[in-house]
Ligand binder design. Structure first.
Ligand code: PLP
Length: 432
């Protein structure tokens, strides 16, 4: 785009639509090679070997359209939002708000102001947990599950320390599923909020959140769903689920780091006090009293992460163009293929064996520390996560220091799994 176009509002508005990604994929079958060509990083060699990236649970890779959209924002419309009357400020504001609307549509929130931009899942949970301090009192109960990420445990512990409320934990079974009969027993009118993940990051288990939400509402408790591991694989419908809060991160869904979403039902967001004070979140400020801005700005103090907020919309477009049905089909095949191949290795044990799981295989090999295997296969260009995966209580349950976690995305292939399984075998031979 040329500089003179900047003066022409309608032309630049046309440019903004290029933040919308159109791929026109044939919805029948994924052409994996074509998809892989969208991700520049996948062409890399790491330690002299073609990169095999199986750490998608920690963060996803980014397609070219997302990378380009970030540059495009800074090259063409960078300005602060909601402030200036000048053209660029309006364009940046429009693009940012268009992205919010895109998210609203993607998760089917009722109102666009129920979509709050955050820095990620962690911040979303902290915002809610910190705000709940004004609504929770001593003797109340806060419920989490045995399969939570530390992000969905620690903020609630802060809340309990502040208020004298008690943290209650829904227990799990050996296969990684939560025990719903125990959940039923733990629920009571003392329960103020139930905070659970939609899908476990360490084990891949898909939790029965529909049931959890329905039961919690019967006793008047609110429900926060941590969707950080679900949103890469599915399109949540927050109205259909009926959850009160739903949080996720941009960087796990092919988007940039440093941006995430907190969805909250209007009535809940109105009940919570602001999280941070500053610019953008006020209606009127005097030294005597400040009144707060309406939703969503009440929770968006200061200059937000404008570029990445806009580009989150590009990432969502990209995933929708690939199609969640296609994504799920490919990932399901990869999961069953990897599970079958890995189980051929003697002494290998998989943690998280529910029928209801996403493309995550967490495993150990008898007598070998997960870290050692991770280190050896890294030399072969393979990226997996080793350790406790920010879910130490799960590791304590199984009485292990950690696992090796291979988490697959739709851009991974069976050939990569073959190479990975061979590498694990080799590592096992070297270490035993
Ligand atoms: C990654 C993850 C988080 C934390 O997300 P951040 O992007 O680090 O804030 C929370 N919960 C689950 C289930 C996760 O997988």
């Amino acid at each position: 785009m040329h500089k003179k176009d900047l003066l022409n509002n309608s032309s630049i508005r046309g440019q903004i639509t290029t933040f919308v990604f159109r791929k026109n994929l044939n919805n029948k079958m994924l052409d994996i090679q074509k998809i892989r060509a969208d991700f520049p990083i996948l062409e890399q060699k790491v330690n002299g070997k073609p990169l095999i990236y199986f750490d998608n649970g920690a963060t996803s890779q980014k397609p070219r359209v997302v990378i380009d959209a970030i540059t495009k924002y800074y090259e063409e419309i960078n300005a602060n939002i909601h402030r200036g009357v000048h053209t660029l400020s309006q364009l940046a504001t429009d693009a940012y708000e268009a992205s919010r609307e895109k998210v609203r549509n993607h998760i089917n929130a009722k109102e666009v102001y129920e979509v709050i931009f955050t820095s990620g899942t962690t911040q979303g949970i902290n915002l809610v947990a910190s705000g709940m301090a004004s609504l929770v009192k001593e003797g109340d109960e806060i419920m989490v599950s045995a399969v939570e990420h530390h992000s969905n445990i620690v903020p609630w512990q802060f809340l309990c320390e502040k208020t004298g409320a008690k943290l209650v934990v829904i227990p799990m079974k050996e296969n990684g599923e939560l025990i719903m009969s125990e959940y039923d027993k733990l629920l009571s009118t003392k329960t103020k909020i139930v905070a659970v993940n939609h899908i476990s990051n360490a084990l891949g288990t898909i939790n029965p959140i529909e049931y959890i939400i329905k039961k919690a509402h019967e006793v008047g408790a609110a429900v926060l769903v941590d969707g950080a591991q679900a949103t890469p694989h599915l399109k949540p419908d927050v109205q259909d689920l009926g959850c009160d809060f739903y949080v996720f991160s941009g960087h796990k869904i092919c988007g940039p780091t440093g941006v995430g979403i907190l969805y909250g039902k209007e009535e809940w967001l109105n009940m919570l006090p602001p999280y941070m004070g500053g610019g953008e979140m006020i209606k009127e400020v005097t030294f005597e009293k400040t009144t707060y801005a309406d939703l969503p700005h009440k929770f968006e103090a200061g200059t937000p992460n404008i570029a990445d907020g806009i580009v989150l919309g590009t990432a969502i477009d990209y995933l929708n163009e690939v199609g969640f049905e296609n994504i799920q089909k490919q990932e399901k095949e990869l999961l069953s293929y990897a599970t079958e191949k890995l189980l051929e290795i003697e002494g290998l044990k998989i943690f998280g064996t529910s029928e209801n799981k996403t493309s995550v295989v967490s495993f150990n090999i008898e007598g070998i520390h997960p870290y050692d295997i991770g280190t050896i296969i890294d030399k072969l260009g393979i990226a997996v996560r080793t350790g406790h995966h920010c879910a130490q209580p799960i590791m304590n349950y199984f009485n292990i220091p950690g696992t090796i976690r291979a988490s697959f995305s739709f851009y991974n292939t069976k050939e990569e799994i073959d190479t990975f399984v061979e590498a694990v075998k080799k590592a096992k031979m070297m270490l035993s």
